[in-house]
Design a protein around this ligand. Structure first.
Ligand code: FE2
Length: 208
């Protein structure tokens, strides 16, 4: 008589290493914060080290992935174009890795009440943080997408520092310079910042 195996209906939540596309995307971000230049800035050097240390620790833990429902926003109609531009320039590895997880991203708004006009032109998605999909309590990584000709209003963050890295498109912060693919901007806690984007193409930034 054949022994019937005992099946259980318990489904294991996948761990990070079960999902190579997420791992490769995180490694692209790790490379960015490990090998790209700090431009000689000591605060940026320290920030980059904090990001990569926390990211490495998270990857080493191989956390369970948090299942988040994929969602689109109005601006995600520009996402393919942003990836296409990213794939032609310095950030091509990142753009290609991001394309592989494109259908799993949860696009959302940062403000509880986003103005109607900004809601049409901007959204962000987190890929690592307290809410997942890659769970981490000490770092948030994600991407923000802007439609052409967007102004993201002035704001600051009280207890967090943040950096943005250009994946594609051109943008300016506080009207002080124009940044292109590969540029990194560092905002310390309390630094006021306001973003504008170029009028021809969308702009995609990675943030930590
Ligand atoms: Fe910000």
């Amino acid at each position: 008589m054949t022994q019937v195996p005992a099946f259980t209906d318990r489904v294991e939540t996948p761990r990070l290493m079960d999902c190579p596309n997420w791992v490769y995307l995180l490694r692209e971000i790790d490379s960015l914060y490990r090998f790209w230049s700090d431009g000689g800035s000591i605060p940026i050097r320290s920030h980059r080290k904090r990001v990569r240390d926390r990211l490495s620790a998270t990857i080493a833990k191989n956390p369970h992935l948090i299942d988040r429902t994929a969602s689109q926003k109005h601006v995600t109609a520009h996402f393919s174009r942003a990836l296409d531009l990213g794939e032609r320039a310095a950030m091509q590895g990142m753009a290609r890795a991001l394309r592989e997880v494109k259908d799993s991203l949860t696009w959302e708004y940062g403000y509880e009440k986003v103005s109607k006009s900004l809601g049409q032109k901007y959204a962000y998605c987190e890929i690592l943080g307290p809410r997942g999909p890659v769970q981490c309590d000490t770092l948030i990584l994600g991407f923000v997408l802007f439609a052409p000709n967007t102004t993201y209003p002035q704001h600051s963050h009280q207890d967090i520092e943040e950096s943005y890295v250009s994946i594609s498109g051109a943008w300016s912060e506080n009207n002080t310079a124009v940044y292109a693919h590969g540029s990194l901007i560092f905002n310390r806690p309390g630094d006021e910042h306001r973003i504008t984007t170029g009028d021809r193409d969308p702009c995609l930034l990675a943030y930590a």
